[in-house]
Design a protein around this ligand. Structure first.
Ligand code: MN
Length: 704
C-alpha cells in the first residue's frame, strides 16, 4: 500500500468560488483513480505530483479551469483516459489546457546550441497558444525540479540542463521572477552540486558577518525617506547563489568582490515618489557615476520597471538600490501571473489589469487593441508568435519559418539542392503533399530524386523569399536553355531556306554577327531567336553575308516539334493540338513558339494579319509524351454515369486531367473532359469506346 497523500490546506483555494472548489475535488478524485497504482521515483503515489502542481498554481491564484487541468495534466499521457473523456467530464476548456500541456511534453529538446535553445523556447510558447498552458508547464517543471533528487543521475542532469536553458528563460520572459530564480537555483544545484554547496555556504556566512552593517544601512535609508515625507517599504535583497556564480565567471570577480555589494529595495506608492526617493537617497549617500538606470521611463523587454542606482554606502561599501512602486514590484516578482494573483483587490483591479494587459501586449507583441480589461483572458489566448512556425529537421535541428510555410519552403531552407530536387515530404512520419502547410513542432523530412526539377506551380504556395527566388532563378535558367535550343533549330531552318546549314557558318561570321547584334554571346542570340525577340531569317542572312542571293527561297522545310521542349514551345490552349493534327507555329516576342491547330480560328485570323510571325512546323514522329485534348460528352442524366464514363476512359489507356460540368438539364448533362492522349489515333480509340456506352448521346472533340 502506497503512502497516504498529504492534502493541501483548503485555505489555499479560498480565493475560488465554492462551486469551483467542488469541481476541483471532482478532478482530484478522477485523477487519483486514473493514476491509481502508479508511483513516482520517490515512491510517493503519483497523484502527489499533479496535486503539488495545482497547489503551486493556486499560489498564483489561477482560475478553477487551470487548477483542474493541473490535476489532470498527466492523465492522457500516462493513463488510458482520452481528451474526449476529459472534455465530457470537465468541459472543453479544461480538456484543451490538458491537451496543450501534453503536446509540450511530447517534444524533446536535444541541441545544446544557444540559438537552438532560443528557437525551442519560441516553439513552446507558440505551441501553447494559451499562457495558462505555459504556466501549468512551468509549475509542473518547478515541482519536478523540487523533487529531482529521487531521479537517476543521468536523467537528473538532462532535466536540470533543460530547465536552465529552456524553462528558466521562459519564466524570465514572462516576468515570473521568483519562479525564474528558484528554477535557476535548483538547476544549478543539480548541474554543479559541489560548486553550489560551496557557494551556498559562503553566501550564508557572508550574510551573518555583515548582518549588523546591513541593519544599520537599512535603518539609515528608512530614516532618510521618513524625514523626506515619502512613505516606503525598505528591504535588503538576498543574493542568489546562481547569479553570484555567473557574475564571478562573466566578470572574473572573486566571491568577496561580488558579495561586497549590498542590495536593497525601496517600494513606494506612486511613480513621482520613485523620483523623490531617488533624490533623497542621492542626498544621503554619494552616487557612483554612470550607474544610474531608469527602467521606469524605458522598461526592460520583459516589462520590468524600476529605478536602479548604485551608491557608496557606509565604510565605502557599494550599495545597489532599486526603487519601484507596489504595482511594478508585483509585476517584477510574478509577471503574467500577477494578473490572477492580485485580481481580488477590486480597488486596484482595473488599473492593474490595464497595466498587465499593456505589458503583455508589448511583451508578446499581441496586436489586439481593445482596452476592455474583461477581455484580458481572451487576449492571453491568442497566438504568441503569430508570424512564425517552428519545425524540426530529421536531425532534431529547429528551423523557424514564416506562418503558412510549406514543405517546399522547408526543403529550400535546409539546402537549395534539396529544394530543387524535392518530390515528396513526410510530416511526423506520414506522407503529405509538398504544398502542405507546416505546423509548430512538426518533424519534417524531404524526399528527393536526382532527376527532379522545380515546378512553376510551387510559386503559387511557397512563402519564403529564398524558395521563391531560387525557383524563379531555376526556371529562368531552364527557359533560357530551352529557348536557345529552339532558336538553334529555327536558325537551322532559316539557313536551309538559304540553301546553307549551320555547319557552313564559320566562327568569324558568328563573332561578327553576335557583336553587331549587341548580344553578349552566341547562346544569348540563339535564346533571343527562340523567344521570338529576333527573326531567324534576318540572322541567317547576316551569317551568310557573302552568300549567293540566287540561293534564296529554296523552300524552308518545317521545324519539328516533340512537345518536350519545355517552356520554349507551348501548345495553344485554344485548340489543344495533338500529334496527327495539322499544325502551324507562331513566334511572338517573349512567348517563344506557340503551336496551333492549322484550323484554329484564332490562328487563321492572325495569319492573315501578321503573316511574318508564322512558320511551318510538324510533329516529330518519335515523340512519346502525352498531350492534352478536350472532349465534350453529353449523357443521359442518371446515377453513376460519370463513373462509367471515367472508367471507360481509363480502360482506353487515357488519364483525365480535369472535368467540368455543363448546365444540369433534366434529362441530359454535358460533361467536358481534358484528357491525356498520345496522338489522334489514341484519341479516336478513346472516343470509339465512349460511343459504345448506351448512356452517351453525343460526343465531340472541343477546339475553340
Ligand atoms: Mn507532470
Amino acid at each position: 500500500m502506497a503512502a497516504a497523500v498529504a492534502l493541501p490546506d483548503p485555505g489555499r483555494f479560498a480565493y475560488l468560488k465554492a462551486k469551483d472548489v467542488a469541481r476541483l475535488a471532482e478532478a482530484y478524485r478522477f485523477s487519483e483513480a486514473a493514476h491509481a497504482g502508479q508511483t513516482r521515483q520517490s515512491g510517493d503515489p503519483y497523484i502527489s505530483h499533479p496535486l503539488a502542481v495545482a497547489e503551486i498554481l493556486a499560489g498564483w491564484h489561477l482560475d478553477g479551469q487551470t487548477l483542474m487541468a493541473a490535476l489532470l495534466h498527466d492523465v492522457t499521457e500516462d493513463t488510458k483516459v482520452t481528451k474526449d473523456e476529459i472534455s465530457d467530464t470537465f468541459g472543453r476548456p479544461v480538456a484543451e489546457l490538458v491537451d496543450g500541456v501534453s503536446k509540450l511534453d511530447r517534444i524533446e529538446f536535444q541541441s545544446a546550441e544557444d540559438a537552438q535553445a532560443e528557437n525551442f523556447r519560441k516553439m513552446l510558447l507558440a505551441m501553447a497558444r494559451d499562457v495558462r498552458v505555459i504556466l501549468i508547464k512551468l509549475a509542473d517543471r518547478l515541482h519536478n525540479m523540487r523533487t529531482l533528487g529521487a531521479v537517476a543521475p543521468a536523467k537528473r542532469r538532462r532535466v536540470a540542463r533543460e530547465t536552465m536553458e529552456i524553462y528558466a528563460p521562459i519564466a524570465n520572459r514572462l516576468g515570473l521572477n521568483t519562479l525564474y530564480h528558484e528554477l535557476q537555483e535548483l538547476a544549478f544545484s543539480h548541474l554543479y552540486p559541489l560548486r553550489y554547496k560551496v557557494l551556498a555556504k559562503a553566501t550564508a556566512a557572508a550574510r551573518g558577518n555583515r548582518r549588523e552593517m546591513i541593519g544599520r544601512t537599512l535603518a539609515a535609508v528608512k530614516r532618510k525617506l521618513t524625514e523626506s515625507g515619502i512613505p516606503a517599504t525598505v528591504q535588503g535583497r538576498e543574493k542568489h547563489v546562481y547569479s553570484t556564480y555567473r557574475k564571478m565567471i562573466e566578470k572574473h570577480l572573486s566571491f568577496s568582490e561580488v558579495h561586497d555589494i549590498f542590495g536593497c529595495r525601496v517600494v513606494v506608492s506612486d511613480v513621482p515618489s520613485c523620483y523623490l526617493a531617488l533624490g533623497a537617497l542621492h542626498a544621503l549617500y554619494k552616487p557612483i557615476p554612470g550607474k544610474f538606470k531608469d527602467y521606469i521611463a524605458i522598461p526592460k523587454a520583459n516589462g520590468y520597471q524600476s529605478i536602479h542606482t548604485d551608491l557608496i554606502g557606509p565604510h565605502g561599501v557599494p550599495l545597489e538600490i532599486q526603487i519601484r512602486t507596489e504595482q511594478m514590484h508585483r509585476l517584477a516578482e510574478s509577471g503574467v501571473a500577477s494578473h490572477w494573483m492580485y485580481k481580488d483587490e477590486t480597488d486596484k483591479l482595473s488599473e492593474l489589469q490595464k497595466q498587465t494587459h499593456q505589458w503583455l501586449q508589448s511583451l508578446l507583441e499581441i496586436q489586439h487593441q481593445s482596452g476592455d480589461p474583461h477581455e484580458f483572458l481572451e487576449h492571453v489566448k491568442v497566438d504568441l508568435f503569430p508570424d512564425e512556425v517552428y519545425v524540426f529537421t530529421p536531425k532534431g535541428k529547429i528551423l523557424s519559418l514564416p506562418r503558412g510555410a510549406t514543405a517546399v519552403d522547408f526543403a529550400y531552407a535546409v539546402h537549395t539542392d534539396i529544394g530543387n530536387r524535392c518530390v515528396a515530404a513526410k510530416v511526423n512520419g506520414e506522407l503529405v503533399p509538398l504544398r502542405a502547410e507546416l505546423r509548430n513542432g512538426d518533424r519534417v523530412e524531404i524526399i528527393t530524386a536526382s532527376h527532379a526539377k522545380p515546378n512553376p506551380g510551387w510559386l503559387q504556395y511557397v512563402r519564403t523569399g529564398k524558395a521563391r527566388s531560387t525557383i524563379r532563378h531555376f526556371l529562368k535558367t531552364m527557359q533560357y536553355e530551352e529557348s536557345a535550343g529552339l532558336g538553334e533549330r529555327l536558325l537551322e531552318q532559316a539557313l536551309k531556306s538559304l540553301k546553307s546549314s549551320a555547319a557552313e557558318v564559320d566562327d568569324a561570321s558568328w563573332e561578327r554577327v553576335v557583336r553587331d547584334s549587341g548580344a553578349r554571346s552566341k547562346e544569348e542570340l540563339l535564346a533571343d531567336l527562340g523567344l521570338g525577340k529576333r527573326l531567324p531569317a534576318v540572322v541567317a542572312r547576316r551569317l551568310l553575308k557573302h552568300a549567293d542571293p540566287a540561293r534564296e527561297d529554296a523552300g524552308a522545310g518545317s521545324v519539328t516539334i516533340r512537345g518536350t521542349e519545355g517552356m520554349a514551345v507551348q501548345l495553344a490552349t485554344c485548340c489543344r493540338p495533338i500529334p496527327g493534327d495539322a499544325i502551324v507555329g507562331s513566334i511572338k516576342k517573349g512567348q517563344g513558339l506557340v503551336v496551333h491547330d492549322s484550323d484554329c480560328a484564332a490562328s487563321l485570323r492572325s495569319r492573315k494579319n501578321e503573316p511574318e510571325q508564322w512558320i511551318d512546323v510538324e510533329w516529330d514522329p518519335r515523340t512519346t509524351r502525352l498531350f492534352q485534348a478536350a472532349i465534350g460528352v453529353t449523357v443521359e442524366n442518371q446515377r453513376g454515369v460519370l463513373a462509367k464514363v471515367a472508367s471507360e476512359i481509363a480502360d482506353a489507356g487515357s488519364n483525365i486531367d480535369s472535368i467540368s460540368m455543363g448546365e444540369d438539364r433534366a434529362v441530359f448533362t454535358t460533361m467536358n473532359f481534358v484528357l491525356e492522349v498520345a496522338n489522334r489515333q489514341h484519341l479516336a480509340r478513346v472516343m470509339r469506346a465512349l460511343r459504345r456506352l448506351p448512356d452517351v448521346k453525343k460526343l465531340s472533340r472541343i477546339r475553340e
